[in-house]
Design a protein around this ligand. Structure first.
Ligand code: FAD
Length: 286
């Protein structure tokens, strides 16, 4: 099923009750052993995720799931959306990768340009931006394509308006769903959705939720991306450094409840490979 169909089908259960679409992002464990991750996925299965997305490290090695891993996770009967960054690959390698993914029986892919490493000259790239990758995947496969969206703008962008203009290019090239960067200020997402829709884009926008686990984690994330931490939240995290997990969980529950009340029906959790905190959040919002 196409990503837009997955997300645009009516979010109701058989009794007609409202139920948001839930999905989870996982990343390859550093030691390469995915058995623990399998356990967590089995726990998260009870929330009926519409898909599991799998990150892709530009540097390779243990930062990437192997094709065997993808097969094993698919065999747990999850709908998969592996991420893919094209920045460090030539066209032939990209074609080989996307056709292999398709031949594994996987139906979706998150098409990303990726961060450009210092050692690469931008004029050496086969694809300079993700819209070119989307066009290529669309031409070579039947994969349904998701792309990244940035409610506060991408770190390289001068203006959010530019960023939205380029987001539209990705949709026009054939992408059918937008997965957002994490955000903590829901008003920024509401404004973003309004501005994206104004350009005529109808693809679903799936809200990226990052439950806070530690101050260090959040400082790292916000140093790499344009993400505002609401002042009250920042103060609370500073004041109670031993309670970050609890504060993060409570914040995410309120954040998700507010999103649902405002008709944001699709929540994509960056699980950081943990199931405990995400389960607690979901038990409170579903
Ligand atoms: P693009 O859409 O190409 O945008 C990059 C920049 O170029 C933006 O500033 C944009 O405004 C500008 N731009 C876009 N198109 C054009 C154009 N045609 N002409 C001029 N300027 C243009 N990274 C990983 O390494 N692995 C992952 O698994 C991963 N998963 C992610 C998941 C999500 C949900 C998100 C939001 C990001 C993820 N990233 C991941 C990070 C991503 O790779 C970086 O943010 C990267 O710098 C940009 O990738 P992109 O696909 O958004 O690029």
């Amino acid at each position: 099923m196409d990503l837009s169909e997955i997300y645009q089908s009516k979010p109701q259960d058989v009794l007609g009750n409202f139920s948001p679409k839930i999905s989870f992002e996982i990343f390859p464990p550093k030691n390469g052993d995915i058995s623990d991750l399998f356990e967590r996925l089995r726990i998260l299965k009870k929330y009926n995720p519409v898909l599991i997305s799998l990150t892709y490290g530009a540097s390779g090695g243990f930062n990437r799931f192997s094709y065997d891993d993808l097969k094993s996770i698919r065999d747990l009967e999850f709908n998969l959306m592996p991420h893919f960054t094209c920045v460090s690959m030539i066209k032939d390698e990209i074609e080989k990768h996307i056709t292999t993914v398709e031949n594994l029986g996987i139906e979706n892919i998150l098409a990303l340009r990726g961060d450009i490493p210092d050692y690469i000259e931008t004029n050496e790239l086969d694809f300079s931006h993700a819209n070119e990758l989307v066009e290529f995947i669309q031409a070579k496969t039947t994969l349904s394509i998701g792309v990244a969206g940035y409610p506060e703008g991408h770190i390289e962008s001068q203006t959010l308006k530019d960023d939205i203009k380029y987001l539209k290019k990705k949709i026009d090239a054939g992408a059918s769903a937008i997965f957002t960067q994490l955000f903590f200020d829901n008003n920024k997402l509401y404004k973003y959705i309004e501005n994206v829709e104004k350009t005529g884009v109808k693809a679903p926008i799936i809200a990226g939720i990052m439950p806070i686990r530690s101050l260090k984690q959040i400082q790292k994330m916000t140093s790499m991306a344009k993400v505002t931490i609401p002042q009250k939240l920042a103060e609370k995290l500073e004041k109670y450094p031993n309670d970050t997990l609890k504060i993060g969980t409570e914040f995410a529950i309120n954040q998700c409840q507010n999103l649902i009340e405002n008709n944001v029906n699709s929540l994509h959790f960056f699980t950081l490979n943990h199931s405990d905190q995400v389960s607690e959040i979901l038990d409170n919002i579903l």
